[in-house]
Design a protein around this ligand. Structure first.
Ligand SMILES: [Zn+2]
Length: 65
């Protein structure tokens, strides 16, 4: 979906990621394709399967479900 990826590039920099603690994409509402864990901080990042957006998640310990 090229349109969604373009929208993501425009929208993602405007999103305050610390305020978005949900398991769905802040840009398009899509479900994450996978989660990546940062080795040093343990912070989790999710990758959107629709628009390829990446956002932080799980710092507050909320379950993805
Ligand atoms: Zn998305």
């Amino acid at each position: 979906m090229p349109y969604l990826q373009m929208a993501c590039e425009e929208v993602m920099p405007r999103i305050v990621q610390s305020l978005w603690q949900r398991g769905c994409c802040p840009v398009c509402g899509g479900k994450p394709a996978f989660a990546a864990l940062a080795k040093d901080s343990g912070a989790r990042s999710l990758l959107c399967s629709w628009c390829s957006g990446i956002w932080g998640y799980g710092r507050t310990g909320v379950s993805i479900l």
